[in-house]
Design a protein. Structure first.
Length: 248
C-alpha cells in the first residue's frame, strides 16, 4: 500500500506540469499579505496626519491637499517596497536554482543520497527508496525542482510577483488612505472633519483588524481592538503634539 501511494505521488510530481491547485494556494496568501500591508498603513498614517493637522490649523482644504499628497507619496513608497521585496524573492530563488543545478552536475551521488534520505523519512523500504531515486533523477529538471522544494523549502515564485505586489500594496494604501480624508471634503471646520474621520476610520480599523486577526489565527476581537487602539493612539499623539506646538 505504501508503495502504491509513493509511486502515485511520484508520477503526479513528475508528470503534472500544470499544478493549478498548488498555484492557487501559493498566490492567494501573497495577495492577502499585500492587502494587509497596504491597508494597515493606509488607514493609520493619513489618519494620524489629518488628526495632527486638525490640531494645528483650521483649514480643511489644506488638510485635504496635504492628505492627498501623503497618500500619493505613501502609496508609491509602499509599492516600491513591495516591488523590491517581490524581486528579492525571485532573485533568491533563481540564485538557489542555479546553485542546485550546479550541485546536481558536480555532485550527483551526494544529491541522490539526499533524495534517498528524504524518502527514508517517509518510512519507505530500502528497495522502494532506491527505485524512487532512480525514477526521480532521470529528469534533471524535475530532480532539481524536487530538491528546491523538499531540501530548501522553496516554491517557485511567480515571475510577475514584484509587479503584482507593488500594485496590490500601492492600491491598498490609496484605498485605506482615502477613508480618513473623505470627511474633510464635505465639512468646513477641521474639528468637525476630525470627529467624523475618527468614527469612520476607527470602525474601519476594527473591521480590518478583525478579519486580519481571523486570517492569521489571532483571536479576532482582541486583534481588532489592538489594531483600532494603535490607530487611535497615533492620531491622538499627532493631534496633541500639534496642539501643544500651536499653543506656543
Amino acid at each position: 500500500m505504501v508503495r502504491v501511494f509513493y509511486f502515485a505521488y511520484l508520477h503526479t510530481f513528475m508528470h503534472d506540469t500544470h499544478l493549478h491547485h498548488h498555484e492557487q494556494h501559493s498566490n492567494s496568501p501573497d495577495f492577502i499579505k499585500d492587502i494587509v500591508i497596504g491597508m494597515s498603513d493606509g488607514l493609520t498614517v493619513p489618519f494620524a496626519l489629518a488628526a495632527g493637522l486638525s490640531g494645528a490649523i483650521d483649514n480643511t482644504s489644506l488638510i485635504v491637499i496635504a492628505g492627498l499628497a501623503e497618500v500619493a507619496a505613501g502609496s508609491i513608497a509602499m509599492g516600491l517596497g513591495g516591488y523590491l521585496a517581490g524581486q528579492t524573492e525571485v532573485d533568491h530563488y533563481n540564485s538557489e536554482l542555479r546553485r542546485e543545478y550546479d550541485e546536481v552536475e558536480r555532485l550527483p551521488e551526494k544529491e541522490k543520497e539526499e533524495v534517498r534520505e528524504f524518502f527514508e523519512t517517509l518510512g519507505l523500504s530500502k528497495e522502494v527508496q532506491d527505485k524512487a531515486v532512480v525514477e526521480l533523477t532521470k529528469d534533471k529538471d524535475k530532480w532539481v525542482e524536487f530538491m528546491m522544494k523538499h531540501e530548501l523549502g522553496l516554491d517557485r515564485p511567480d515571475a510577475k510577483r514584484a509587479r503584482k505586489s507593488a500594485f496590490n500594496i500601492g492600491m491598498s494604501y490609496v484605498v485605506g488612505g482615502m477613508v480618513p480624508l473623505l470627511p474633510y471634503f464635505f465639512v468646513s471646520k477641521t474639528l468637525d472633519g476630525l470627529e467624523i474621520s475618527a468614527v469612520i476610520t476607527l470602525i474601519c480599523l476594527f473591521i480590518f483588524g478583525y478579519f486580519k486577526s481571523k486570517m492569521t489565527g489571532v483571536p479576532p476581537f482582541s486583534g481588532a481592538v489592538k489594531v483600532m487602539l494603535i490607530g487611535a493612539l497615533a492620531a491622538t499623539a499627532a493631534f496633541t503634539i500639534a496642539r501643544l506646538i500651536g499653543a506656543h
